[in-house]
Design a protein around this ligand. Structure first.
Ligand SMILES: [Fe+2]
Ligand SMILES: [Fe+2]
Length: 290
C-alpha cells in the first residue's frame, strides 16, 4: 500500500457519496428555487479531500491494477462469515470526523432497502439494497479508499471526459498506452459489459460475492451502481450490447434509492430484524466468503 495519506485522503467513505449527491442532487430537494449548478457549487471543505481522492483513483486504477485485484480478491479466501457478522465487521468503518451526525454502514444499507420495500418492489431488490455496499469491507482488509469507492469506469480503453475530474487521467499510465487509450482499446464495438473490466472497488467485489444467489437484474444493480459515467451520462454506450441496455433500466431504478434515501433517523433494527433474517435466509447461504 502507498503511504497513509494516499490510502485515506477522505475522513470517511461517506465524503465520496456526499460528493456524488452534490453532482446528482435529489430533484425534490432542488425545487426550492435553486438551480442544479448553485446546489453543486456551494463552498465545502470536503471538496479538496474528494478531489485528492479522485486524483489517486484516476492515477492508480490501471488495467493491470484491476487484473491484479481481481486475482487477489475474487478467490474469496480472506474470511468466511454469516452476513450478520459481516455487517458488524463493516460497522468498524466508523466515521471519526463526525460521529454524531453520520449513520453507520448498516443503517445506510437499511435505509436503502427500506425505501425499496416501501415502494413495493420485489424482495430480491430489497435484498440488493441491503447488500449493495457490503464490498466496502475491502477497506478493512487494508485496501486504500481509492480502490474501494469512487465512481467506477471501464479500464483498458479511453477514459471518457464525462467521468468526474477527467483531467486526472493524464497521470494514469494507460492513457499513454496505445493498447488502452483508443475509443475501444482492449475491447470491440458493443462487446457487452460482461467482457469489459471495470475499475476495481466495492461494486465488482460484492457482485462476484453473491452472483450465484440473486436474479441478474439485482446483480447489474450491484455491479454497476457506481458507474455514473454510464447510468447518468451515457458515456460508454459504444461498449454496451442490447442486453446491457435492457438491464441498465434496473440500474437506473436502483440509483435514487442509494443516493436519496439517506436521512438522519436510524431505522429501528429491532422491528426490522425478523423480516431481514427471513429475507437473507431465503436467498443466501448461511455464510458468505470474503
Ligand atoms: Fe456503493
Ligand atoms: Fe450506497
Amino acid at each position: 500500500m502507498k503511504n497513509n495519506s494516499e490510502a485515506a485522503p477522505l475522513k470517511s467513505l461517506d465524503e465520496w457519496e456526499d460528493d456524488v449527491l452534490r453532482r446528482y442532487p435529489d430533484p425534490e430537494s432542488i425545487t426550492d428555487g435553486k438551480t442544479v449548478e448553485e446546489y453543486r457549487n456551494y463552498d465545502n471543505p470536503e471538496r479538496d479531500t474528494v478531489k485528492e481522492f479522485y486524483r489517486l483513483n484516476h492515477t492508480y486504477q490501471t488495467y493491470d491494477f484491476v487484473l491484479n485485484k481481481q486475482a487477489e480478491f475474487l478467490k474469496f479466501d480472506k474470511k468466511e462469515m454469516p452476513i450478520w457478522e459481516a455487517y458488524e465487521f463493516l460497522n468498524q468503518l466508523v466515521d471519526d470526523s463526525d460521529p454524531d451526525t453520520d449513520l453507520d454502514q448498516l443503517q445506510h444499507l437499511l435505509q436503502t432497502s427500506e425505501a425499496i420495500r416501501r415502494d413495493g418492489h420485489p424482495d430480491w431488490m430489497v435484498l440488493t439494497g441491503l447488500l449493495h455496499d457490503m464490498g466496502k469491507v475491502l477497506c478493512l482488509f487494508g485496501e486504500p479508499q481509492w480502490a474501494v469507492v469512487g465512481d467506477t469506469f471501464p479500464v483498458g480503453c479511453a477514459h471518457s471526459d464525462k467521468i468526474v475530474y477527467p483531467e486526472f487521467f493524464d497521470q494514469n499510465p494507460d492513457s499513454t498506452n496505445p493498447a488502452y487509450n483508443t475509443k475501444y482499446g482492449a475491447y470491440s464495438p458493443n462487446c457487452g459489459l460482461r467482457n469489459v473490466n471495470m475499475s476495481w472497488g466495492h461494486d465488482e467485489y460484492v457482485y462476484n460475492m453473491v452472483k450465484d444467489y440473486l436474479p441478474e437484474s439485482g446483480l447489474y444493480m450491484l455491479r454497476y451502481h457506481s458507474f455514473y459515467a454510464q447510468h447518468r451520462e451515457h458515456a460508454y454506450d459504444h461498449l454496451m450490447d442490447d442486453h446491457d441496455r435492457e438491464m441498465f433500466k434496473w440500474v437506473k431504478l436502483f440509483n435514487p434509492y442509494d443516493l436519496y434515501s439517506k436521512n438522519p433517523n436510524p431505522p429501528d433494527w429491532k422491528v426490522l430484524k425478523p423480516y431481514y433474517e427471513d429475507l437473507v435466509a431465503k436467498y443466501l447461504p448461511a455464510t458468505l466468503k470474503f
